[in-house]
Each structure stands twice: as structure tokens, then as C-alpha cells.
Design a protein around this ligand. Structure first.
Ligand code: FAD
Length: 508
């Protein structure tokens, strides 16, 4: 406040009698002292006596320095005097000593009092004992430091998220994960994966408690997938803002605790992929048999149909033709052979529908084809979206489909003299669906054959090209069984780009 403004205020007529002011100061439950310009005490109120133990008679005429415990640093007093002697108020904490020798922490406000000319004539001191408050503040501070060091040293990932999903507290392990995943907030990624695993969002309850417990999630990290066992707890925190003082509504925070289980899972994965390899080899064998037998049936059906129509013509001409009878028995034998051939075609093994993570499927397929890729000198660029929504499907059928696509790509590039040998595999979620793109740098499929390749038993080899098309018709069948689509475009580098789009779980 400026001196002239203060002057105006002192000249303002008061509706309260001076005696009332005096009684108010006398009866105020806070220690008040009035001094001259040198801090010699002129007046103290009864609350001052209660706080310090000194009566008015004992301190009037003495200097305020009588209160000092002589342990407050000199620079504190210097800045105090610098301010007040320039007519500015000062507030701060000083270590004081009572009459009985007891020390206490005084929270002091000194206000210069000016006369009508704006000259400092007195100082008004108001102070209260804040020893207990300070002890509590220290305790809170110590506890905070202790909690922070425990949280930091914990061998698990910890992150506290506010209602808007911002991380307000984290620990060393969390920061390490940030570096590993090369991203700002891995917590949101982990929670996305938890939501996919749960199959629904996270509902904040009214009374706190567990949001989810020990959910195993997988994240496609750069290099290799990582697994985490995650739990989430709702934590209520009181809003410290002034306008929330009487409002009992608290902010709800989510404490995310994640323990990395990659080491154990990687071992299990190795065993699983080995079992998968054996199963896929057997499945391949059966599929090959089915395909060969189906092709044989397809080939025999042609002559049988011709025989049927010839026989029908002979029959129209009249009975008794011995050639017709011979043809009829040959046809019957042919049909019987066809039926027995159909009977030995192995049936598709039934597989139940389940939530499938296409990142896992693609990773399995890449693991299963690693040897072939290495042998063919093909470099692989695997670009998965870190967390994908699941699709509802038959995992083995999907694996077989993607393996066929990869096998085709390898075969297309693995021709003598072909230099460009790069396979790109990417996954991403698009509205309502999950997209998988398999792109090779082989010779590609000519535009006029791009639809034909989906016909059963078609191969671009038959058409004089280099790219093997076999398997695409069954791949299309698998995609269709999953309400998905499969398309072939030319890749940017002239190779073949196969795009598979399958509906995501939980789409609206
Ligand atoms: P001081 O001799 O006071 O010197 C400390 C510093 O202050 C030096 O740099 C000196 O140059 C400067 N200084 C001192 N007097 C003046 C002055 N008149 N003008 C300009 N600079 C000056 N102190 C407490 O410890 N506890 C209290 O509860 C307390 N209450 C106070 C209440 C009021 C209203 C006022 C005006 C002061 C109060 N003080 C209090 C401050 C007190 O007056 C002393 O400055 C302080 O106690 C240090 O005393 P000292 O004898 O160690 O040093």
C-alpha cells in the first residue's frame, strides 16, 4: 500500500470509537505488540503475555530483541528491517524464547504504522506460536520423502494417475520403462492393454477399491514383446483448493502397479512356439493332403461330368446300346471312387472362437518362419501397434492364414538373382477393425491376376509368373469366416502388398 493511500485511510472518519479499537486489541486472541521505530516495546496485549510469559510491566520499555532466542540467522533480521524501515510489512518465522526459557517458533507479521505525514512512527507486531504446526509440516515432509524413496526403490512400476489420466507421481522403474519404450507416458499404453484384456473400460467406483487385479498384459516393445502383471487401485485425494474446503467431494486417482513378467513369460513362450511349430507342421501336412485330394476330386469331377452328359445323350437315343451300358457302369464306378476319395479328405478340425491378439499371431508366425527367412536372406521390418484391440476368431486358422501369406512372400523373393529381399509386416487398429499388412519386395502380382489369385488351385507359377498364389483362396476363406477382407495391391517398391482387415472386438 502506498504512503498517500495509507494517509487517506487514516483521515477517513471511523464509526467505531477509539475505545472499541483498544478493547478489540486487548481482547484479541493473538499476541500483539506496538513498538517505537527502534523496536522498543510500548504496548503488549494479554495474549502476548500468554504466549511469552512476560507481563506488560516486564516488557514495556524493553526491546523486542528480548524475545529472540539468538538462533535466528542475522540475515533474517536484516531483510526484516530492510522492509519495515521502508514502510513495507514483513512476515516470517523466528525462533523465540519465553520468559521460562522455553523455545517456540513465532509466525510474525510486522506492519509499519505511519503518521499523517507518512512518516513511520511505530511498528505493529502480531505473532502466534506455530511450533506444533511446524512439527506437523516437518512430519508430513519427512513422510513424503520417505514414501518417495520407498516408491522409488520399489522393484515394480508405480504410477499415480489423476482423473484426466495424467501421471502425477511415478517411480524410478516407471521412468526406466519410459526410456525403454521411447515414449512419454507408458501408463496410458498399459491401461489400454488392460482395457483390451478386460474387454471393457475402467469404471470409477464411489468408494475406491480395486480397479483391476493382476491382469497379464503384453506390449509390443521395440525389439521384443514385454509382459506385465498389472493391478490398479482407486485412491481418493482431498482437493486442497480453497473453494473445495467445504466440499467433501474428493478427486479420484488411479494407482497403477505393474510387475514385469517378461523373463518367465519368454520361457513359456519358447515352449509354446515349439509346440505350435509341431502342431502347425502336422496341420500343414493335413492341409496339403486335403488340398491334393480336393484337387484330385476337382480334376476327376470334370471327366465324370462329361461322361454323365454323354450317357444322357445315349439314353435319349434309346436303350440297349452296349457302349452306353459300359459307360454307365464306368460312370457308376467313377462316382463311387469319387465318393470314397471325398470321404478320405481330412476334415477341418473344429476350433472354438476366442479373443485373438493379432500382434501375438503375427509374432508367432514370424517366429515360425524365422529359419526360412534367414535361409533366404530376407530382412524383416516388424512394425506392430504397441497395443491392439483383439479380434474374435480361431487362432490356429488365423495363424495358418498369415503363415501362408508369409510363405508366399518368401517364395516370391527367394528366386535366383533376386536382390531386393525385404519383408514388412505391420499391424494397426483402424476404426472398428484391425489391419495387418504383409508387404514383400518380390516381383509382385500383375494387375490382371490380382483377382484370379484368389481362385482355388491357382498359382502365378502356372501363369508363368514367379509369385506363388496357392493358399490365397484358403486365406480368403479364413478372412471371410472372420467377417474380414483380404486385398492385394502393388507395394510401393513394386512387390506385393497383402492387406487383411478383420473386425475388432467391441466395435459399436
Ligand atoms: P539487532 O540489533 O536488532 O540487529 C539485527 C539487524 O537489524 C541488524 O542488521 C541491524 O542493523 C538491524 N536493525 C536493528 N534495529 C534496526 C532499526 N531500528 N532500524 C533499521 N535496522 C535495524 N525479533 C525476535 O527475535 N523475536 C520477535 O518476536 C520480534 N518481534 C518484533 C516485533 C516488532 C514490532 C519489531 C519492530 C521487531 C521485532 N523483532 C523480533 C526484531 C528485533 O527488534 C530484533 O531486530 C531482533 O530480535 C534481533 O536482535 P539483535 O539484538 O540480535 O540484533
Amino acid at each position: 500500500m502506498t504512503t498517500s493511500k495509507r494517509k487517506q485511510e487514516t483521515q477517513r472518519p471511523s464509526a467505531i470509537a477509539p475505545a472499541v479499537f483498544q478493547q478489540a486489541v486487548e481482547q484479541a486472541d493473538i499476541a500483539i505488540s506496538i513498538t517505537d521505530r527502534d523496536a522498543n516495546i510500548l504496548y503488549v496485549n494479554p495474549a502476548f503475555t500468554r504466549a511469552t510469559g512476560y507481563t506488560a510491566a516486564e516488557v514495556v520499555g524493553a526491546n523486542q530483541s528480548l524475545m529472540s532466542n539468538k538462533t535466528t540467522p542475522a540475515n533474517v533480521y536484516q531483510s526484516l528491517w530492510e522492509l519495515i524501515s521502508f514502510g513495507r510489512p514483513w512476515s516470517g518465522r523466528l525462533v523465540n524464547r519465553r520468559k521460562d526459557g522455553g523455545k517456540y517458533l513465532a509466525d510474525l507479521l510486522i506492519t509499519p504504522v505511519v503518521d499523517a505525514a507518512g512518516k513511520i512512527v511505530n511498528y505493529l507486531g502480531i505473532h502466534r506460536d506455530v511450533t506444533e504446526l511446524h512439527r506437523l509440516e516437518c512430519e508430513v515432509g519427512n513422510q513424503k520423502a520417505l514414501i518417495e524413496s520407498v516408491v522409488d526403490a520399489a522393484p515394480v512400476i508405480l504410477a499415480l494417475l489423476d482423473g484426466a489420466g495424467r501421471v502425477v507421481l511415478d517411480n524410478h522403474e516407471y521412468k526406466k520403462l519410459m526410456g525403454d519404450l521411447r515414449m512419454a507416458e507408458p501408463a496410458s499404453l498399459i491401461l489400454d492393454a488392460v482395457r483390451v484384456d478386460l474387454g471393457h473400460g475402467l469404471e470409477a467406483p464411489k468408494d475406491g477399491g480395486h480397479a483391476f487385479s493382476e491382469r497379464e498384459i503384453r506390449i509390443e516393445a521395440p525389439g521384443a514383446p514385454r509382459w506385465f502383471s498389472c493391478s490398479g487401485m482407486w485412491v481418493r485425494r482431498q482437493d486442497g483448493k480453497a473453494d473445495a474446503f467445504f466440499d467433501r467431494d474428493n478427486d479420484l486417482f488411479l494407482l497403477l502397479v505393474a510387475k514385469e513378467t517378461t523373463k518367465t513369460r519368454a520361457e513359456q513362450e519358447k515352449a509354446r512356439v515349439a509346440a505350435l511349430q509341431a502342431m502347425m507342421a502336422e496341420q500343414n501336412h493335413i492341409d496339403g493332403l486335403r488340398e491334393t485330394l480336393s484337387a484330385a476330386v476337382f480334376q476327376i469331377e470334370g471327366p465324370i461330368n462329361v461322361m454323365s452328359s454323354v450317357l444322357a445323350t445315349i439314353a435319349r437315343r434309346g436303350n440297349g446300346d452296349p457302349a452306353g451300358q459300359a459307360l454307365a457302369s464306368a460312370l457308376a464306378a467313377g462316382k463311387a471312387a469319387l465318393e470314397s476319395l471325398r470321404g478320405v479328405i481330412p476334415e477341418q478340425r473344429p476350433e472354438s472362437l476366442t479373443a485373438v491378439n493379432l500382434n501375438e499371431v503375427m509374432r508367432d508366425v514370424l517366429d515360425l518362419t524365422t529359419q526360412r527367412l534367414l535361409a533366404a536372406g530376407i530382412t524383416v521390418q516388424w512394425r506392430p501397434q504397441a497395443v491392439l484391440p483383439s479380434v474374435n476368431g480361431h487362432p490356429n486358422r488365423l495363424r495358418a492364414m498369415f503363415k501362408a501369406l508369409l510363405d508366399n512372400a518368401i517364395e516370391a523373393m527367394n528366386t535366383k538373382g533376386w536382390r531386393e529381399r525385404e519383408l514388412r509386416v505391420a499391424t494397426r487398429s483402424i476404426p472398428g477393425s484391425v489391419e495387418v499388412v504383409v508387404e514383400d519386395s518380390g516381383p509382385g502380382i500383375p494387375a490382371d491376376l490380382r483377382l484370379k489369385v484368389f481362385e482355388p488351385f491357382f498359382s502365378t507359377r502356372n501363369a508363368g509368373g514367379h509369385h506363388l498364389g496357392t493358399g490365397l483362396s484358403s486365406a480368403q476363406q479364413v478372412a471371410a469366416e472372420h467377417d474380414g477382407v483380404i486385398e492385394i495391391d502393388p507395394a510401393g517398391n513394386g512387390g506385393c502388398r497383402v492387406r487383411v482387415v478383420l473386425p475388432a472386438n467391441g466395435r459399436g
